[in-house]
Write a protein of this length. Structure first.
Lengths: 401, 386, 381
């Protein structure tokens, strides 16, 4: 698929994320958002008066607020500004970065702030997700985003012990990453010697999907400020360039997580399109870090293969050989990932934000110990929807185009 | 007794009966066992019988419905909210054996343990404000000394000297006091706060007055009432709880509508794409792949073959009814006969079949006697046993 | 400079008060099918549609991720899809941005709402208010409109007769629009004698409960020829958010609309809105809004909205030729339907209600209570 020339370049110039927790009862929704907004403005070194437009996103039925950007304007700073609201489920956070990318590149607005948030605690998350199912049929059957299908498939393909061990090793690795990230909602202090114990004793949710494999439900917000090239270079010492992004959705299926092994997975499709049109032939070599939307360890494991277009058991080996650890050759989710922090409307934006922090070298204790020039970040939502971002430290890729 | 965060394990159990909430334990009939290790630990049994509770320290934890094992620090920390319970559980610091749902339910059965409030009022604090509370208009013409002999922990001796409409305070007792109040520190504080009636205190001998009783009776006029300092509690953050619902009526349209009509007649209809031949069940108006209208309806099943079983151990509330299913139960993806090779039908498996059903097994719907055109027209699928 | 963006086609369902015989999936699909028929567009990833911007709402659809239920119907299977959760005119603007940015050459916009699905649309929009205070006061968009109507009447002195004439005009125009919902003619007396709904708003001052869907195909200036020989150019756009608490807002001030209109006019090179537009489509969910929003857009002087209604301008057929929101479009896609009518007029395809020689149109969309969020789009052929 061919790539179009961007009307103008767009960079991330400011990032702010709240403290994440299962209970942010200390603040209401606009107050929580305001925390992220202030931090992002401070990070960018600009004031709200410099921001031309806002993009807001989350899932309405999680908190049962209709078009919450209207109320939240008291915390977003949107008063008197152009405001957009775009939502796409779990992908929302990545989608709104994409919206920001497009409206800045279009020339309509020079500086745009995107805001993703969720206060999962204010509603019933699994019930909220179940509400996405068709009310006529599957709503009576679905159990939120919980499924053991991927575990069953992986076990079938690679054998029970190896599959379970790899999924749990990935879980422990990401828990160790989360321990390095002060913003992470949770880290349990897991270690590799607990793998056998956890494999056997962590409570089962659905099939071989166990409690320890599944992501958290978090309260939190993130704000990211995007600017056109001209302004980004003036304002920011370390702009992170958005090279390209792609969105791939798919039909609603009544058997939401039923297996159809003959159809390409959207993650694979999205990565194929994005890498193809940007001339990336070996993503494992090209990208210095990957912030993946990993709602469970089984999915995280399986999706490494899909995103990186791997064959056979390469993705298992990457985990088994610790290539995906923060010190490895292909660090995955140095932030700890979704498995540690998941305020759903913000989650995918956090992936982009964390990837950008890595490119800037500003990730603190969870900074990858080598230069990060190229970063990949993904969002996941709906019935297997994908948004995939490429971030760059330098603008030099354009010379090749 | 070892304390963690100023609380001992005993404190938690000793207050449990007082913290019991009858309304939170309706219909509960269970024995909760606790095996607390480490300094200050021990074994306790908590028997909840609908509207009563019995807590006992024991060596024998047999016969429990659920057993919670933790070290003393973790146990206390979780109980007073200093340690996140889920986190402790997930990282293996708390181990639970038996009916896990009871652990969550126990949060409703007992109010949270709270630290006993320490009195913010001290005898010294009362005397610090004495001069400010002096009411000269009620002390006209008086020339006296009033002694206070406050005994016990936190006590002391003071003399208030009242002369020419002025008052001064000295530590120690003057010899020439017109009256001396002799009282224990704790009782004095209660007297001042109005918790202890002065006549009762005198009658019980807890307050002794040496000297002129009449002057003692005037003291409440000479000194204004002591106002205890406002306790600097953390602000209690109010959380508003609401159940939000808006009634909806969902159209089914001609395609889904035909499917529901079929269920009433014990028939399962799929739709078929006129271009690629793909079938979908429950049917959808459009073939997503060909992007065309797919309204041809074909009867399939009702028997089929299981392609995937999902055994659910964690049940979420049904968003339509608010009811939570009993676990475990199984969802099955079924390839109905005549549907092709891909589009599975999603429904529940009969609970009794859970133990011995596998992928590839043949199943058949069990129809509801009363069918109205809904998902519930099929109760569940059952394994075909020939 | 970014590429110019053209609207190549529009499609709408009929608007009715209860489309009980169709799921909204079918409503969406019918509009998409019509777009394909009109333009021959396909979903080829190199040359056709690879991004769809939808517009719908989770609360009205009673579905978390409402776009999840329509991905197949709007052709989004293995394509991009992004849902705007505010008035659909913003979906057009975002689709336009996707093309201007270079990200896409072609973009499909599809919006839908079935107000009839909910027991009460007011209960749905009550949820737009904060759960602590305003929600319990019983506020919804109708009550918000009533407060604003009173504030506007006090400020501008608009009369009951003038308000009634707005409704009469809506019905007169709607009668010529076969897709409109409320098409029966009414008289000034009927409007003035209709029962009070929420003082000062009368039953006939309010838009009827409506269901419907609207689709639109956008293409870049170097691509549109493949789909149409009658492009309608999107030349001006802006939106703007007012504050939230009614007590913080001057409800009669048109704060956000004035800002949005000024920015849109600037982008389109319109120096004075007065007389600049051959076709005007105002998102008048309530009668007073025709006058008040006209002031906000700058079509008449401040406080002269009532007089503007009686100035003879309505009789020209240029103001809300579709019948406007008062003739019945659902919430969420009122502004999208306004823009759709503007496109139809600029293509010269409006039949009986065609404004002769229309060259430039303005369409407005509002989101939230009492026009908290306003959007203005300028279109030219």
């Amino acid at each position: 698929m061919k790539k179009h020339k961007k009307n103008r370049n767009v960079a991330i110039i400011g990032i702010g994320q709240t403290h994440h927790s299962s209970h942010r009862e200390d603040v209401n929704q606009p107050e929580m958002i305001h925390e992220a907004v202030e931090l992002a403005l401070k990070d960018a070194g600009i004031g709200i008066e410099d921001v031309d437009a806002l993009v807001h996103g989350n899932m309405e039925l999680f908190e049962m607020v209709h078009q919450p950007d209207l109320w939240h304007v008291i915390g977003t700073g949107g008063y008197g500004k152009a405001c957009y609201r775009v939502t796409t489920g779990g992908t929302t956070g990545a989608t709104i970065v994409g919206v920001g990318d497009n409206i800045v590149a279009s020339g309509l607005h020079d500086i745009v702030m995107i805001i993703g948030f969720e206060k999962q605690q204010e509603g019933h998350t699994t019930g909220g997700i179940t509400n996405m199912a068709d009310p006529l049929w599957a709503r009576n059957l679905q159990t939120g985003a919980l499924t053991g299908a991927t575990a069953a498939k992986t076990i079938k393909e690679f054998g029970e012990d190896r599959a379970k061990r790899a999924a749990m090793r990935l879980r422990v690795t990401l828990d160790k990453h989360a321990a390095l990230n002060p913003h992470a909602h949770r880290s349990f202090g897991l270690d590799y010697d607990q793998i056998d114990d956890l494999m056997a004793n962590s409570p089962q949710l659905v099939g071989e999907l166990r409690l320890i494999h599944m992501c958290s439900q978090s309260d939190g917000a993130v704000a990211i400020i995007l600017a056109c090239e001209e302004k980004a270079k003036k304002i920011s010492k370390k702009p992170v360039w958005i090279r390209d992004h792609v969105t791939v959705h798919r039909e609603e299926t009544f058997n939401m997580f039923g297996i159809n092994e003959n159809q390409e997975v959207t993650h694979h499709n999205a990565a194929r399109k994005l890498f193809g049109r940007n001339g990336i032939t070996n993503p494992r070599e090209y990208f210095d870090v990957f912030e993946m939307y990993d709602p469970s360890s089984w999915w995280g494991l399986d999706w490494l293969r899909e995103f990186l277009q791997l064959e056979g058991d390469e993705h298992l080996k990457m985990v088994e050989n610790d290539e995906v650890s923060i010190n490895g050759s292909f660090p995955l989710n140095p932030s700890g990932g979704v498995i540690s922090t998941n305020p759903i409307g913000a989650t995918a934006a956090l992936r982009v934000a964390e990837a950008a922090l890595q490119v800037r070298g500003d990730a603190g204790a969870h900074q990858i110990p080598r230069e990060v020039k190229h970063a990949l970040a993904s969002g996941f939502g709906g019935t297997f929807w994908t948004v995939l971002f490429m971030l760059e430290k330098d603008l030099d890729w354009q010379e090749a185009e | 007794m070892a304390k963690y965060f100023d609380v001992s394990v005993e404190d938690i159990f000793n207050t449990m009966e007082a913290r019991f909430r009858v309304e939170g334990a309706k219909g509960v009939n269970a024995v909760l066992a606790y095996d607390i290790s480490g300094d200050g630990g021990g074994k306790w049994l908590v028997e909840v019988r609908d509207d009563s509770v019995k807590v006992s320290k024991t060596d024998d934890l047999s016969g429990f419905s659920v057993k919670t094992a933790a070290d003393a620090e973790t146990f206390v920390g979780v109980n007073i909210g200093k340690i996140d319970g889920t986190q402790a559980f997930m990282s293996g610091k708390i181990k639970i054996e038996g009916d896990m749902a009871l652990v969550a339910a126990s949060a409703k059965m007992f109010t949270r343990y709270s630290l006993p409030k320490k009195s913010a009022v001290t005898v010294q604090g009362i005397f610090d404000t004495l001069l400010a509370r002096f009411q000269p208009q009620n002390a006209a013409g008086l020339d006296i000394a009033v002694g206070y002999d406050i005994t016990g922990d936190g006590g002391g001796q003071w003399t208030a000297v009242i002369k020419d409409g002025k008052c001064s305070l000295e530590t120690g007792l003057r010899d020439n006091c017109a009256v001396v109040n002799i009282v224990k520190a704790k009782d004095y504080i209660d007297l001042i706060l109005g918790k202890l009636d002065p006549m009762v205190a005198i009658g019980a001998g807890r307050l002794k007055l040496k000297g002129d009783m009449n002057i003692a009776m005037q003291l409440p006029k000479i000194f204004a009432k002591f106002e205890p300092p406002k306790e600097e509690d953390e602000q209690e953050l109010i959380v508003i709880k609401r159940n939000i619902s808006v009634d909806m009526k969902y159209s089914t349209g001609p395609v889904m509508g035909k499917f529901f009509e079929g269920l009433i007649e014990k028939k399962i209809f799929a739709n078929k794409c006129p271009k690629c031949g793909r079938m979908q069940v429950p049917p959808r108006e459009v073939c997503a792949e060909c992007r065309c209208w797919a309204g041809d309806m074909i009867e399939v099943g009702p028997d089929g073959t299981i392609t995937l079983i999902e055994i659910i151990y964690y049940s979420s509330p049904d968003p339509l009814t608010g009811e939570t299913r009993e676990t475990p139960y199984a969802q099955v993806h079924i390839l109905l006969d005549g549907i092709g090779t891909e589009e599975t039908f999603w429904h529940l498996l009969k609970n009794e079949d859970l133990a011995d059903t596998q992928n590839g097994d043949r199943v058949r719907p069990v129809w509801n006697d009363k069918r109205v055109g809904s998902v519930h027209d099929i109760v569940h699928f059952k394994k075909i046993r020939d | 400079m970014a590429r110019r963006v053209a609207v190549c086609a529009v499609a709408q369902t009929e608007f009715v008060s209860n489309m009980w015989h169709k799921r909204f999936q079918q409503m969406c699909f019918e509009t998409v099918e019509s777009i394909v028929k009109q333009t021959g567009v396909d979903w080829n990833e190199e040359t056709g549609i690879r991004n769809i911007v939808t517009c719908s709402d989770d609360v009205f659809d009673a579905r978390t991720i409402s776009d999840n239920g329509i991905t197949d119907a709007v052709g989004a299977h293995f394509r991009g899809e992004e849902k705007t959760a505010q008035d659909g005119i913003n979906a057009i603007a975002y689709a336009m941005a996707c093309i201007m940015s270079g990200h896409d050459d072609v973009a499909l916009v599809v919006g839908h709402t079935k107000e009839s699905q909910a027991e009460s649309r007011n209960m749905c929009v009550n949820l737009a208010f904060d759960p602590f205070y305003c929600r319990d006061l019983g506020l919804d968009f109708e009550k918000g409109a009533a407060l604003q109507a009173r504030a506007y009447a006090l400020k501008s002195g608009i009369s009951e007769t003038q308000l009634a004439k707005a409704v009469v005009n809506a019905r007169r125009n709607a009668a010529k629009n076969p897709l409109a919902n409320a098409r029966e003619l009414v008289t000034v007396e009927q409007v003035m004698n209709s029962p009070m709904l929420c003082d000062p708003i009368r039953a006939l001052h309010a838009y009827p409960v409506s269901d419907g869907a609207v689709a639109m195909l956008l293409a870049a200036e170097d691509k549109y020829k493949e789909y149409t020989d009658k492009p309608v150019w999107l030349t001006g756009w802006s939106n703007c958010m007012d504050s939230y608490f009614f007590g913080d807002r001057d409800l009669a001030s048109n704060f956000s609309l004035k800002k949005a209109a000024a920015a849109a006019c600037k982008m389109a090179g319109v120096s004075d809105a007065k007389g600049a537009f051959d076709v005007v489509e105002i998102n008048d969910a309530y009668a007073y809004q025709l006058a008040m929003w006209a002031e906000g857009i700058g079509l008449c002087d401040e406080n002269k909205g009532g007089e503007w209604i009686e100035s003879g301008i309505l009789e020209t057929g240029k103001i809300n030729p579709s019948g406007g929101m008062l003739a019945g479009n659902p919430i969420m896609i009122g502004g999208l339907a306004r823009a759709a009518e503007a496109v139809i007029q600029l293509r010269g395809e409006a039949g009986e209600r065609q404004v002769a020689g229309a060259k430039r149109a303005v369409a407005q969309g509002t989101t939230g209570p009492a026009g908290q969020h306003q959007a203005v789009m300028i279109l030219e052929n």
